[in-house]
Design a protein around this ligand. Sequence first.
Ligand code: PEP
Ligand code: MN
Length: 333
Amino acid sequence: MIAVLKRGTTPEQTEHLIAWLKNMKLDVHISSGQEVTVLGLVGDTSRVDIELLSSLEIIESVKRVSEPYKQANRKFHPNDTVIQAGNVKIGGGHFAMIAGPCSVESEEQIVGVAKDVKNFGADILRGGAFKPRTSPYAFQGLKEEGLRLLLEAKKATGLPIITEIMNIRALDLFEDVDIIQVGARNMQNFDMLQELGKTNKPILLKRGLANTLQELLMSAEYIMSEGNENIILCERGIRTYETYTRNTLDLSAVPVLHEITHLPVVVDPSHATGKSALVPSMAAAAAACGADGIMVEVHNNPACALCDGAQSITPAQFLELNRTVRAVREAIQ
Ligand code: PEP
Ligand code: MN
């Protein structure tokens, strides 16, 4: 349920109302914009007398929110959420280019790629240390050592870093990580989402291989309901009957999510297509439909990459991609 307050409502009146609502065992989330202040009420709202609430002097309007996601709902929070990672902002008009290898492979590799992508326009460095691989015989990532090397690359370039968590028991290792990624395969690992909700780290939540947008937002809700509102959503392609590409990039997810949620939306054209030749055009398309950021896999030697070489672009290709994406953003503004 949301209650919109009238302009001119004093802080004392607002506090008084919130105390009354909390007394009914409701959680109250305040969203104060320039135009309006919205109170989002979560919990068993059946005990709220909507007529009584609407009749209060300071209330402009009251509406039930039918969608099951509440805190992620734009109705609760009309303004775009802006996420801060290091000195980089994402959302609400701030765009972030995230680039780096699928996996951290060695110090030379990660520091080398980090320097290249920084020089060529990246805002944030990616690199997997814990890798969710379909085969148990495939390279599983350098794990703890990979995180250490990623932190070296952060030190060498000053770029904030993003890396994936696969098991909540490893959380302590992520202290200096700027954004924690929840991969597509863990989008519905509800225990892990709740634990991440108890931190204040920015979380990049990837859409599951076969999940709807509503399910994606319900997973965001698991994190938010524990107190962490720093969430970036990521469209990375879904499984369809098309086999030419690794997945099918659902670009309509971007404007749909912008309509129904206030959380920023990033697009990953690398995992969506699985083919490096398709990555630049899909990155440009993502920028054209309003994505708040793009995450691409870049490798100094894609042919020898230990993971996802076929979809990795070279630093030189990244330079070109970044130019195009920035030009598209200028054009649509
Ligand atoms: C990744 O970003 O390296 C990754 C494994 O992505 P996804 O979870 O989207 O498959
Ligand atoms: Mn990958």
